[in-house]
Ligand binder design. Structure first.
Ligand SMILES: Nc1ncnc2c1ncn2[C@@H]1O[C@H](COP(=O)(O)OP(=O)(O)OP(=O)(O)O)[C@@H](O)[C@H]1O
Length: 250
C-alpha cells in the first residue's frame, strides 16, 4: 500500500510559544519502495515517522494509507490500523528478555488473535529470511547486536505491514553490520510490498534506497526519487482499519 503525506504541519508546546517540528511537509512513498530520510538532529525525522505511523496527530494536513485518510480517525481506530498495517523498527531492538527469537515473533500474532499454526509458519519463514533459522531458540542475551536487530526487523514484518517505519536501525552496530541490516530491510520491503520510510544518519546507506528526502528545520526537500504527493481530497473520515483490510491484496 502507498503512503501519502500532504501539507502536514506539527507543532509542540515550547515554553511560552510552540516549536514547529514539521512545516507543511508532503511526501509520497509507493508500495514496495523505500525512502531514506536524512537530516540533522532536531530537523523533524522522528516526528515524520510518528505522524506517518499515526502515533501523533498533526495540527493540519493529511496522512493517507492506500488512499484512506487517517488524520481525524478515532484513537481506537488508529490503534487497529497500527496493529494490522504498520510495522515499527526502532534504534534499540527492545526484545522481551525471557522469550526466544521465535517467541518474539509469535507474541505479535498472539496479540492479533491469529491462529498459532499459521503464525508459527510465518515466524519460521521470516526468521529464515533474516538468516536466523539456527538461532530461533535463542534468547536475546544469547544473540549478537546485529542478530537482535534482525529479530526486530522480522518481528516488524510479522503482521504483513503495508507501512514499515524504521528509525536509525543501525546506530548500535558497526558499518559492515549496518550495511547488511539496511540491505536486508530494503530487500524485505521490496519483497513484502511495504511502503517504507527509513531514517538514517549514515549517508553511505542511501544508494540502497529507492528515494531520499532530507529534513531541515521541519521542512522537507527531495534529494532523489519521487517525493511530492498529490493534494489530498478531504472528505469525512470513515473507519480506516476495515477499509484498509478490504483494500489490501489477499
Ligand atoms: N514531544 C515533544 N515536545 C516538544 N518538542 C518536541 C517533541 N518532540 C520533538 N520536539 C521538537 O521537534 C523538533 C523535531 O524533533 P525530532 O525528534 O522530530 O527531530 P529528529 O530529526 O528526529 O532528531 P534526532 O536525529 O536527534 O532524533 C525538535 O526541535 C524537537 O526539539
Amino acid at each position: 500500500m502507498s503512503l501519502e503525506i500532504s501539507d502536514v504541519t506539527l507543532t509542540f508546546p515550547d515554553g511560552q510559544g510552540r516549536v514547529t517540528a514539521l512545516d507543511q511537509v508532503s511526501l509520497a512513498v509507493p508500495d514496495g519502495s523505500v525512502t531514506g530520510v536524512i537530516g540533522q538532529s532536531g530537523s523533524g525525522k522522528s516526528s515524520l515517522l510518528a505522524v506517518a505511523g499515526t502515533l501523533i496527530r498533526p495540527q493540519s494536513g493529511s496522512v493517507r494509507l492506500n488512499g484512506i485518510e487517517l488524520v481525524g480517525q478515532r484513537r481506537g481506530e488508529l490503534s487497529a490500523v497500527r496493529r494490522h498495517h504498520v510495522g515499527f523498527v526502532f534504534q534499540q531492538a527492545n526484545l522481551l528478555p525471557s522469550l526466544t527469537a521465535l517467541e518474539q515473533l509469535l507474541v505479535v500474532a498472539a496479540m492479533d488473535g491469529r491462529p498459532t499454526g499459521q503464525a508459527r509458519r510465518r515466524a519460521v519463514e521470516l526468521l529464515d529470511s533474516v538468516g536466523l533459522s539456527a538461532e530461533s531458540g535463542r534468547r536475546p542475551h544469547q544473540l549478537s547486536g546485529g542478530q537482535r536487530q534482525r529479530v526486530n526487523v522480522a518481528r516488524a514484518l510479522m503482521n504483513r505491514p503495508s507501512l514499515l517505519l524504521v528509525d536509525e536501525p543501525t546506530s548500535a552496530l558497526d558499518s559492515t553490520r549496518s550495511a547488511q541490516i539496511v540491505r536486508l530491510i530494503v530487500d524485505l520491503a521490496h519483497q513484502h510490498r511495504a511502503a517504507t520510510l527509513l531514517v538514517t544518519h549514515d549517508e553511505s546507506q542511501l544508494p540502497a534506497m529507492d528515494a531520499v528526502v532530507s529534513m531541515r528545520d521541519g521542512r522537507m526537500t527531495a534529494e532523489r526519487g519521487p517525493a511530492e504527493s498529490a493534494p489530498a481530497e478531504r472528505g469525512p473520515a470513515e473507519p480506516a482499519a476495515a477499509q484498509l483490510a478490504a483494500s489490501r491484496p489477499a
